[in-house]
Ligand binder design. Structure first.
Ligand SMILES: *Cc1c(COP(=O)(O)O)cnc(C)c1O
Length: 469
């Protein structure tokens, strides 16, 4: 029988083996769902199984189904890696197993989140008084922020939405630039507002929400309105005109919400901060720590400029809860449950705290800047290959290219498949302005110059192979 200490030591070895192997193992998975079901299916037994056997077999059986998305040559979706201190703190989080719902059941975690809140607002250039919550991801960040918005906009119209719900309430309207991430639509659905309430403002040629059209919409209908802006659109990484859009929206009493799932991190880099100019004037902001801060999944961040409404929308009182109080402290401790949509929850502050401390301002800025440099070089170099057209030059860390054959027909999907199949690098495809395009998304601290070289070579090889076949 292995002791707990031996089990954890062995497990640390398995984890390190996996991470060390990321440089040499193929990036894609090399098993289909049938094989994975075959490997991972065991008859449910009455008898227990030795933990060391369970872990050993899990490592063996899961391996071909593990995507190399935490490695340096993965450029699909927007998926970051994990910086070492964040990974280590995440292990401790599981070992400590604190329920981070309340100060009283996880005091150290509650204070770590307070500290993270201060650091994050500083790094992201958000107002010092903003309320915040560490949630599962941007998806629940949107739900939280829009619930706060709903509370405020309806309270201003003498409607207590927390008590009365939406039936009979003044109709909420959501204005977006039309390229919003699907998580905004789902937040609108979950909040009972419904996607029919979404009005799309045509984007101008550069992909930004057209502020003149926005002004027209706001003028035409007088009612509770949320304007959703983007810091980093998913295909192109484009940024809305925050200064002007916030000024116009506030003239009409609207709430401005910013989806900055990865793009808000531009604020942490001196070189890229200009992209988010004026963002501090919004009413709520969402970003992910599991994207560009490179902490393990799952960790999203939400902030609002209206703490009382944030709290009114989320907070809970129940007779058995012990709410934060410490007679010795000047300011009472913070109960996370007052700002979070979850009840029991993982202490996800520890990994964020460890990531920020280990990197410092300069380390965070370096991850942002390096990823952007790599994205530009990948796009430019792939763009010089035969039959490649650059659809979008990265403004930040997202580029788009398309592949055309000798007859002028699109072969982007074939090239993406071939690159994935060859195993050195991984890209995904998208449809942008009606055309297929390959997304070049660089979000990991692990990506090096050498990874970029190897990737450019891998795309060139894929093109040669397709031409030959
Ligand atoms: C990833 C992403 C989301 C969703 O974030 P989750 O953390 O996966 O919930 C929303 N918006 C944008 C722009 C994104 O890139």
């Amino acid at each position: 029988m292995t002791t707990l200490r031996e089990l954890l030591r062995d497990t640390a070895g398995f984890a390190a083996d996996f991470l060390d192997g990321l440089d040499t193992r193929p990036v894609p998975v090399n098993a289909g769902v049938a094989e994975l079901r075959g490997r991972l299916w065991y008859e449910l037994t009455d008898e227990p199984t030795e933990p060391s056997q369970v872990i050993g077999e899990l490592v063996r059986d899961a391996d071909p189904g593990l995507l190399g998305s935490s490695g340096g040559r993965f450029f699909g979706w927007v998926i970051g890696g994990s910086v070492p201190a964040a990974l280590a703190a995440d292990w401790l989080t599981s070992a400590w197993d604190q329920n981070a719902a309340l100060y009283s059941c996880a005091p150290a975690e509650a204070v770590v989140e307070e500290v993270c809140g201060v650091w994050l607002k500083d790094l992201l250039g958000l107002p010092e008084q903003a309320s915040f919550a560490l949630v599962t991801g941007s998806q629940m960040g949107h739900v939280t922020a829009l619930a706060a918005a709903r509370n405020k906009l309806l309270a201003e119209r003498d409607w207590d939405v927390e008590r009365r719900g939406l039936a009979g309430a003044p109709a909420l309207r959501i204005i977006t630039g039309g390229q919003q991430h699907g998580s905004i639509d789902r937040a609108v659905r979950l909040l009972g507002v419904g996607t029919e309430a979404i009005t799309t403002v045509a984007a101008s040629a550069d992909g930004r929400l057209d502020v003149n059209v926005l002004a027209g919409y706001l003028k035409a209908v007088d009612g509770p309105t949320i304007v959703c802006l983007q810091a980093g659109e998913i295909n192109t990484g484009s940024f809305d005109d925050f200064d002007e859009a916030c000024r116009i929206a506030h003239d009409y009493g609207a709430w401005v919400h910013v989806d900055g799932a990865y793009g808000l991190w531009a604020a942490a880099s001196r070189r890229h901060r200009h992209l988010v100019a004026g963002i501090e004037n919004a009413d709520s902001w969402v970003t992910d720590a599991h994207k560009w801060l490179n902490v393990p999944f799952d960790c999203g961040l939400v902030f609002t400029a209206h703490p009382a409404h944030h709290r009114a929308a989320l907070s809970i009182t129940a007779s058995y809860l012990i709410h934060a109080a410490d007679p010795e402290a000047d300011t009472p401790p913070r109960d996370q449950i007052d700002y979070n949509p979850e009840w029991s929850r993982r202490g996800r502050g520890f990994a964020v705290y460890a990531a920020i401390r280990s990197l410092g301002r300069s380390g965070i800025a370096k991850i942002i800047d390096d990823c952007c440099t790599h994205a530009r070089r990948l796009t430019a170099a792939i763009g010089t290959l035969p039959g490649v057209e650059i659809v979008h030059e990265p403004q930040l860390n997202q580029g788009l290219v398309r592949f055309i054959d000798r007859d002028g027909a699109d072969r982007t999907d074939r090239v993406v498949d071939r690159v994935q199949h060859n195993g050195t690098a991984w890209f995904g495809a998208t449809t942008f302005n009606g055309q297929r395009a390959m997304r070049i998304s660089v979000v990991s601290h692990r990506t090096t110059e050498l990874d970029v070289d190897r990737t450019i070579e891998a795309v060139a090889t894929a093109l040669t192979e397709i031409d030959r076949s």
